[in-house]
Design a protein around this ligand. Structure first.
Ligand code: DC
Length: 225
């Protein structure tokens, strides 16, 4: 199904649409590399917060990105994020990082660097890549493109469940407000906004399971092969 040359399968969509779980499972089933682009934006945000720099300073952020090494590793269906060699897989999921990543994501110069890193990884091997702009900007010629969506209430419910399972205390109303705010920022960013690629297959996962969604994606891939 995945041929000899590097093939790219892109999955875009808003937060909570099921991208990460689906992309991870899909990559595992196909035996290809799973690339979480959001983890790159989050890792650089963590570094910027730790260094105490001004997040409004675009050229400072570009300089920071240039001097940073972000490495993503796959381990038995899980993914590890290394920031300058340090494992930050958990640290990048904190609410502070989640809510401040937009500063990094809206900075054009930083996006250029991130996109370059993502293309390099995709040139070396077949990948399932997930994010907001991966089918539109990063790999506009990808072999297979998908856009996952779900109703707002369902996306919020999934986020709440995920955080509760990690033992986090959640205020449902503020989580919904933050999710709405993140949707708005993702959709209205002038560079690399969340957008459905013209040639993407749109899947509404509101009433679907992870495995059901992966099966549906595999069906499309097989039909096109
Ligand atoms: O997928 P995620 O929630 O981990 O992504 C975190 C943030 O990173 C998201 O709110 C927007 C940004 N992002 C982006 O701008 N472009 C991508 N390709 C992936 C994520």
């Amino acid at each position: 199904m995945v041929k000899d040359f590097p093939q790219v399968i892109t999955i875009d969509g808003p937060a909570g649409a099921g991208k990460s779980t689906v992309a991870r499972e899909l990559a595992l089933r196909l035996g290809v590399f799973y690339l979480d682009t959001g983890a790159m934006y989050r890792a650089l945000t963590l570094k910027a917060i730790r260094s105490g720099m001004n997040l409004e300073d675009a050229s400072g952020l570009v300089g920071l990105a240039r001097g940073t090494r972000i490495r993503l590793e796959n381990h038995n269906g899980g993914a590890k994020v290394l920031l300058d060699g340090e494992d930050v897989s958990d640290a990048i999921r904190s609410p502070e990082v989640t809510n401040k990543t937009f500063y990094i994501a809206r900075t054009g110069g930083v996006r250029e660097i991130m996109v370059g890193w993502q293309r390099e990884i995709g040139a070396r091997q077949s990948i399932v890549i997930e994010g907001r702009d991966v089918g539109t900007v990063v790999f506009p010629k990808a072999t297979h493109k998908f856009y996952l969506d779900a109703d707002f209430e369902e996306r919020a419910r999934r986020r709440i469940k995920e955080l509760r399972e990690k033992g986090k205390q959640i205020d449902e109303d503020s989580l919904k407000t933050e999710l709405k705010d993140r949707d708005h920022k993702d959709l209205t960013r002038s560079i690399g906004p969340l957008k459905i690629a013209d040639d993407a297959v749109v899947i509404d996962t509101t009433h679907m399971t992870v495995n059901g969604t992966v099966d549906e994606i595999l069906k499309h891939i097989k039909n096109k092969a």
